[in-house]
Write a protein that binds this ligand. Sequence first.
Ligand SMILES: CC(C)(COP(=O)(O)OP(=O)(O)OC[C@H]1O[C@@H](n2cnc3c(N)ncnc32)[C@H](O)[C@@H]1OP(=O)(O)O)[C@@H](O)C(=O)NCCC(=O)NCCS
Length: 174
Amino acid sequence: MPELINPTARLRASFLAAVTEFRQDRDTPVPWFVTDVDPPALTDARAFNAYVARVLGERDETAAPWDGFVPMTTLWWAEGDQMLGRLAIRHRLTPALEKAGGHIGYDVRPSARRQGHATAMLAAALPIAASLGITEALLTCDDTNTASQRVIEANGGRFIDTVGQKLRYWVPTS
Ligand SMILES: CC(C)(COP(=O)(O)OP(=O)(O)OC[C@H]1O[C@@H](n2cnc3c(N)ncnc32)[C@H](O)[C@@H]1OP(=O)(O)O)[C@@H](O)C(=O)NCCC(=O)NCCS
């Protein structure tokens, strides 16, 4: 059974394979966490360890790598040694996140899509969001992103409104 786990150097090979898939996918925009990494550099074990440490450090309430940064808990959806997806919980909203991004974002690697992973991954993340003090999570998705709309609605998402091209929902976390 897949589960949400903390980012770990153990899954380096699968993470890098997933990044390659995301980059080659022509159906959806490349997620920012993928554009954020340099795969050839991360084949080096020490560089990958440092990357994992950086991502884990983003949870720190005192972390402020750039202006407007909100502490964020990144989790990987994994089964055995396979990284299937990635999810991030922003601990707080900002005016920008209220319009687009919300509390929780997620991506499933292209080869693992349409198997229920995003729906299960979001369900698994909601209690974690609750433990961070988020009683209702704001989720946003493009009005053309039918898959994400279904994921949100399957997790109890209550439609709020449309801001530009973004649909906004409140999702109860418990
Ligand atoms: C959106 C995304 C996370 C969905 O992941 P997934 O694991 O394939 O989703 P699920 O398998 O849980 O499917 C959820 C629902 O969407 C439907 N679905 C999945 N892909 C679909 C598609 N391309 N078109 C239409 N419906 C789709 C499924 O049939 C399912 O519907 P159901 O609940 O009625 O059975 C994935 O496509 C992805 O990573 N996309 C790129 C990044 C992204 O859009 N992230 C979300 C940002 S808000």
